[in-house]
Every structure is written in structure tokens, then in C-alpha cells.
Design a protein around this ligand. Sequence first.
Ligand code: 26W
Length: 780
Amino acid sequence: MDKKVFMEKFTGRLPKDIKSATPQQLHNALGETVMELYSDRWSVAREEHLSKRRAAYLSMEFLVGRAVFNNLLCLGIYDEVNDAFKELGLDLADLEVIEDAALGNGGLGRLAACFLDSAATLGLPLDGYGIRYKYGLFKQSIVDGFQREDIDDWTKYGDPWSRRCDEDTLLIEYSGQTVKAVPYDMPIFGCRTENVGTLRLWQAEPVKEFDFDTFNKQDYLEASKEKIYAEDISRVLYPNDDTNEGKKLRLKQQYFFSCASLTDILRKHKARFGTLDNLADYISVQLNDTHPVISIPELIRQLVDNEGWTFEKALSTAKKVFNYTNHTVMQEALEKWWTGLVEEVLPRIYEIIIQINEELIAEMYANGVQKDKTNRIKIIKGELIHMADMACYASSHINGVAEIHTQILRDSVLADWYSLYPERFRNETNGITQRRWLALCNKELSSLITEKIGDGWLTDLSQLRELSKYADDSSVLDSFIKVKQTKKQQLADYIKAREGVETDPNSVFDIQIKRLHEYKRQLLNAFSILWIYYGIKDGSITNFKPTTFIFGAKSAPGYKRAKAIIKYINEIGRIVSTDPDTRDLIKVVFVQNYNVSYAEKLVAAADVSEQISTAGTEASGTGNMKLMLNGAVTLGTYDGANIEIVQEAGEENNYIFGARVEDLARIVPEYDSRRVFAEDKMIKRVVSSLIDGTVSDGGSGDFRELYMSLLDGASWHAPDHYYLLGDIRSYVETKLRCISDYDSDRAAFARKQWLNMCNAGKFSSDRTIADYAENIWNIK
Ligand code: 26W
């Protein structure tokens, strides 16, 4: 970067009195300047991507977070810009107030963002397609222990990292409604490469802004109706994680970005090659879960209706183009659409789905597949369209996101499909980008690493393994402990500023950060804290090392139990921190508005990473990898990628507890949570806190409902179906051992933490993406 040119362009965009510039003004000026300086590089890369076989990642969510610091880092101009700011009497850190682009709910959306980062860095022609929601994931505050939601107007002060591309605008047709899809492109700067990927997010706009005649008749609302209905489509991200919200608007959103993205892909292909006959040779489309699966009938529609292809030829091309990733085993999350709704909104798509379904049935019949199996896998069952079955039928590759998860897909969730097409199934264990999740969020640890092995790890994380040789080097471990201490102090300061709560950086930082869900078992963690509290009070737990339990989680606004768990955690926190017997020993902090930027601070400061989902329920987890990479030990179950984490870093360096998938298969049929409750005094005491007046749910009855879910079950599930009572003893014992290990020998504990960091190489999304590129997309 030419510093002089940068200065000129940057200051030219600032007010005369530079010091008076707000962080938002500085951010806009910086973003615009960088975008201008690197626009040629981006154009060249775009051309390059189009000139060869490429892949498109279709995802309803891209949880990119804050772009500015990451972009500077990946472009290799962070230090220069930092200096430039200083020269101008400014502070780059002031841009920390810039809002995240929270265009995703959790793991699935963040994974998509990490993947784009890795593909750009690896020089691969991969581009993302999604929706430019006006409002991202809601902003959360905690009031009186309860979650409150507020809109997230993330572009309020501008969006300097996007470029509106009017020239690529296209039309999307629903029955009785046509809307414009306007693309906004974000550059994804690769690290140490000239490659730049593109994230194209579609915004819905009306074909006609405003009806002037109606306005003149003074019917103002009517005059803007078309605009409002059109904009509704990209107005808001559905804040649901793992439940199929069967809303018409959601179906329209899915079709909106699927249709727009495919139209864009086909247009560009045709412009270059003059034909779509060779489409499958040049494009591979990854379907991120079932949300974009409507792309399959849409591609067929475009090929048949616009290009005059036969249905058979179009279906056969679709089968080559698409691949499907499954991200969850939760039945609620496998999307199903009511046939009547699809027919009403997208009649032509509905016809094509029927045709695909008939073709599937005919094909199975011809291949001698038993009728009951065909009935299980067909796309339309009763009045429901099963998107996962459509995805499996029309994809070349189907993958899970961690070894155990892929195995569960093969054995149960998608077992029929596996029996038919075993060769389609692959595992692609998730990963995270070390640029954001180490280099950016933990500059102190990064420096220590680089001092020892150079900075090659930035693009080759496996190099961290070389650091294992320092595991017994006390001076290196001392430096590591100092770094951890610094990060804990920084987090404590931040928590003080944001939450108004004091935390002690000399205590153990035990952190659970993820969406709030029953299967993730934040309630188990809360129970364990109460257990420890009672233990300290009654003297059965002695010499407890002061520990800060930090939670960060958003609950879907309509998910009552999850919201009750948030309140419960806050209630437990109040009890332990007001009791003089424990207030110096246990602290509970529930941070507000947990998001990507907060995560960057939390992962760097963690000593212990809580990954405690019921075995077999967490597809992979990726937070587990972020915490490991920053030198936290995992306190977790044998679930998702935890298993691979422990394989890499050693069971002796982590704290594994609880029933495993194979145990549960044996236990669950006989499991009686009421008996466990009745026979175990401590379990009874802790669980009873939900109803015995220990804590208050503000009179809502929600705590009683939680209590009943554990002991009585509900119409849709057996009692304690996530096995909290079954695992709690083993959990508390393991947790206490972990905290006492920290206390009794900080150096030995630091050694475990260090070795986790050293062995995190496998969990770079660079590794994951290289594998997708080679084995699924066939791109170079
Ligand atoms: C239809 C509503 C809906 C919304 C989101 C259904 C399902 C989802 C996702 C599948 C939920 C999700 O984010 N899954 C997470 O994906 C991560 C990336 O692969 C995994 O690491 C997590 O284990 C998984 O829960």
C-alpha cells in the first residue's frame, strides 16, 4: 500500500477538523479508501474466478461480524493503517464501536464466513451468495435477568465494505408478486495472496417505488404497499436456530436468494460460454443445510422453461451441480414445507417438485428398491415436502460436519439414503479461520507463537505443532501464562465497561458461549454452579479456587424454555454473588448481546471451554475449536468435534465426562429421571431449586415448566431427554477436578492449555476448505 496515497484519500474523506470525526465517520472514510485502493485487485480476481471451474456457497446466513480489522489484517496493512491513525492523532481502536454484520444465528452462519475467508486465502474460486437482511440477529439486553430483544439496524451509519451492483439487478417472480433483487457485494480479502472472493448478498426492492396516482388520491399507505411488501422479503433474519418456522415469508426468502443466485450464475456462464450445456463442468453449488434447497427445482425450472431443456437433462445437470451439507440431527430443523403453501406462492416450482418426486419413485422402482424404503425417502410425504430428501436425491455429495455427526447421518438420520448411495457421503470436519480467531483476537498469543516459529501459521496452522517442544519449557509457559493473564484482564475490563460487573482475572475463567438450546445444556452448567455453591456452604467442597463462570448466549425469541434458562442462570448468579460465604469464590456473568466481536474477546481469555451437549446432539461445534486454539482446555462430552479435539490434543489434556453415544443407546430405553432424582439427594436439591422458592421466575411458571420437562417430559418428549440428571454427577466431579488442577499446579495446567493450542492445526477452516475443493467441488 502506498502510504502517501492512502493518507490523501483517507483524509480527503474526513471533516477538516479531523479530531472531530466520529468513529462512524472514520470507519466510513477508512472503508471507502481501502475499497478504492483495492478495487482493481478485486476486479481481476472476479474475472479470474469466472474464467475457470468455480464453486458457489449458497447460505441463508453469513455471520461475518465486524469487517474492518479483519480486512486490514488479511490485506497485510493493519500496522500501516494503525500508524497512519496515530500520525493523525487518531486511535484505530476507536473503531471497536462499529457494529457487527450479524447476518446469521450461530454456527452455521459463522462457518460460512470462515469458509469464504479460507477459500480466498487458499486462492480458490469460491464465492458466497446470501441475503442482505436489513436487520440482522436481534440485539439482546438482559433486564431483571430476562432476555430483551431489539432490532439490529446494522447499516444505520453506512456500509462501506459493500458495493451495490445495480447492473446485476434481476427480477424474482412469485405468484402475484414480482420484486427486484439488487446485489450488494462484499470483498473477501485473502491473506498473503492477491485473491479476493466475493460475498454477494441480495436485497429485495420494489419494481415500482411508489404509486403516484394513488398518492394523489391521498391513500398514502396504499401508495407504498408494493414497496413495503417487497422490502419485507429481506427485512429480517429469522432468529431461529434449529426449529423449522414454517412461515410463508421464510419460504419467500429462501426462494428469493436461491432464484437470484442461480440466475446470476447462469447469466454469467452464458455470457462467457454462449451455452449452458457445459454448466456442470464449470460450476459446483454447495447447499448450506436445507435452506437453499429450493435451488434444485429452481435450476430445473430455468433450464426447462427458459432454455428449452428436457426435464431429464435438467435433472441430470442438477445432480451434478449440487452438493448438500447437513448441520444438525435435530428433527425440528429438517425443513418440511406444506404442499399447499408452495403451490400458492410458487406454483411452477411446485409442479417441478412433483416431477422430481415422480422421477425419484420411478427410479427407485426401476432399481428394485423396496416400496417401504421408497415411501420413506420420497420428497412429498402426505402433505409435506421434505427438503432434506430432495437435497439427498439431487446432490453429488452429502456431508456431515464432524466424524461422529457424519456417522449418525449414515446410521440413522439419512440411513436410507446412505444405503442407496454410500459413495455420496463424506465427512468434512468443520474448521475456523485462524486469521480472525487467533491473529486478530489474540495479538499477544500470536506474537509469542511467531517469536518461536515464525508467522507461517497464519496460512498453515499445522505448524503450531512445532510448539509442542516448548511444553516443558518453563520460560515459554510463563510467557503463555502472562499472555492469558493479559487477555483475562482485558476481558475483565471490557465486562466491567459493558456489563458493569467486576470479575477477578486471577480466578479461573470458565466460559460457555453458544446459542441457547436445551441440547447444549446451559442448564446443566447452571445446576453444577448451584451444586458447587451448596457444597461450599455445607463444607463438602473445600479449597475451592475462585472461579468466574461466564455465559454468552442468545435465545430464539419464541423459545420459552431457553429464555427461562437465561433467567435461571441470572438468578443463580445473584444467589452466589450476594452470599458472603461464596461471593469471593464464585461469580456468574451472563454477558449481554453475545456476538462475533464479543466472542473474539471471550475465546482469548478462557481457561476452560464448556462443551457439554448431550452426546450425539451437537453436529460439530466450532466455538470449541476457537477456545482450544486460544489455549483453553475442553470440559466436555464425547460429542461433535470434541471427540476429534481430544484425539488431537490428548484426553489427558482435557476434561471429558458423561455418557457417550453408545452408552446412551443402552441407557435411554430404561432411563428414569424420577428415580435418579429420588435417589440422589444432591440432584434432588439442585433440581428442586426450580420450584422450591430458591429462585424466582417472576411468577411466569416457566421454571416449573423446566422442572416438569426434566421429571415428567412433555407431549413431544420423554422426561429429561437431554440426560442432564444422568450426566450431572460425572460433570460436577470432572469440573471440580479441572478447577482444582488449575489451582494446585498452574504450570501443569498451562501445559495442558498450551498443548491444546499446539494441536489445533487440524481445526483450521483452511484444511476443511482444501478438502471440499479437492473432493467435492473439484476446483483449483
Ligand atoms: C430452519 C431453522 C434452522 C436454522 C438453523 C434450522 C437449522 C439451523 C442450523 C442447522 C443450526 C446450526 O447452526 N447448526 C450448527 O452448525 C454448525 C456448523 O456446522 C455446527 O458446528 C453446530 O454443531 C450446529 O449446531
